[in-house]
Write a protein that binds this ligand. Sequence first.
Ligand code: FAD
Ligand code: DLZ
Ligand code: SF4
Length: 509
Amino acid sequence: MADRHLILILGDQLTPTVSSLKAADKARDRLLMAEVQEEATYVRHHKKKIAFVFTAMRHFAQALREDGWTVDYVRLDDPDNTGTFTGEVGRAVARHGPGRIVVTEPGEWRIRATMAAWQDDFGLPVDMPDDDRFICTRADFAGWAAERKQLRMEFFYREMRRKTGLLMDGDKPEGGRWNFDAENRKPAKADLFVPTPKRFAPDETTHAVLALVGDRFADHFGDLEPFWFGATAEQAEAALAQFVDEALPSFGDYQDAMLKDERFLYHSILSLYINVGLLDPLAVCRRVENEYRAGRVPLNAAEGFIRQIIGWREYVRGIYWLKMPDYLEENFFGADRPLPDFYWTGETNMACLRAAIGQTKEEAYAHHIQRLMVTGNFAMLLGVDPKAVHDWYLSVYADAFEWVELPNTLGMSQFADGGLLGSKPYAASGNYINRMSDYCADCRFDPKRKSGEDACPFNPLYWDFLVRNRERLGANPRLGQVYRTWDRMDDDKQDAYRRSAEAILKNFG
Ligand code: FAD
Ligand code: DLZ
Ligand code: SF4
């Protein structure tokens, strides 16, 4: 049927109003969703992540059917499953004889490159409408970037505030300031009351997916169970409601804090739902703004939260599409060490890394500061190949999709783009982690010791990293003071740092 459209819906396009469905016709068109081996294994995703994507896909397909759509849903264990998007689209074209293929532009460059060949492969036009779940189109971001020498998030964020009207007071920012981050750096005390994120008992569909994933991906990283993620838009809404009621008011205050027994603190644990399309980012922000306007949450919490979404989330997506595919190859420091094995096991006597990696293994979640200042910081100080770091982050988190993960990892956390995203590397010694967490009390190392066997490894590595990379970083005005501190140290102290760092580096190959 030549005027029929075949509409492919990807695993992160689980939104009833996704652009590919806007001009679609329930009676005429056929929808295709496919669980494919290639997507589950192009990096060895955490078991929980695969299970989350598959169960959310299955629930979404069911909701579409109930809404009157005809959906071809190909399960991973379907004996005819070819294992790739191209293979599954090919089979669906043969089944339905459509006149065109429609798919909302994918989030990843890799998939877009595959799709670029489909017109020739299938002799059919391929429509790829923009993904309008983002506030800033790719074209608008490129226009914004073209007018600037420096692509700083803060200025982009202000544009997004103006564009959406979120937390605006006429043409001025609510409360007289754009950014309340300075108020969001409180460390947390271990006895702080902390709410827990909303958990959902697996239903029959999720149980079937868990059995499949347990069977097929047993050798992938991470614990499959207990599995408590939601799988539907209704559940994601319930998770949002609980976050707003219980955690949002303190979200700002403790945004950068880390506690060994509190994995989630006041974070929202919503990124996975937003990224697959179960929650609309702008609607989430409007809800948070309403809480502020109703006097139920302070401005520093609402602003901090909204900035993460309309600021950082939109900004990294813009950077991704602006810079791919070359971005993947960036390696400003020429770092080439392998990722230490303990990133895959959590078995290390560094308590902060043990906690961050251990919870990543169990939950497929760590919050931003754990990702940036513990696992990311350590990999950068050590000089790990940024591609290996990128593979790790893309694999281990339930919310990891390349468009958001890559700029955060390669740009923000590894400074591998030489300063496109940040004005200086997020390098820190044990002092920062000690101040922002309760990890160090349980550690075999001493955050106050600078060198020698008991010194916190972050301390000598921090200085060694700066000295090793002086040619590349020495002219950075934000590091002038740090290099002056190094230059003022006496030779013995400098030697002690470098010898300790050498011993650690030798340990990690
Ligand atoms: P909250 O702290 O509650 O923040 C609220 C929301 O803001 C998040 O749900 C998310 O949608 C958004 N957000 C916050 N920070 C960022 C950011 N830097 N970039 C984009 N969106 C942001 N986020 C991902 O969604 N996927 C990733 O693969 C990912 N990889 C990361 C890798 C590294 C090395 C680092 C440093 C950060 C990464 N982030 C990633 C950003 C951030 O850590 C997560 O979005 C956040 O931890 C998700 O948890 P949450 O929902 O509890 O967030
Ligand atoms: C992450 C993921 C996984 C594990 N499996 C599938 C799948 O089987 N089918 C699918 O349509 N999408 C899957 N995804 C998401 C994609 O790999 C990819 O990250 C996004 O579609 C890119 O925007
Ligand atoms: Fe981490 Fe160093 Fe503290 Fe140990 S002492 S927990 S290695 S920061």
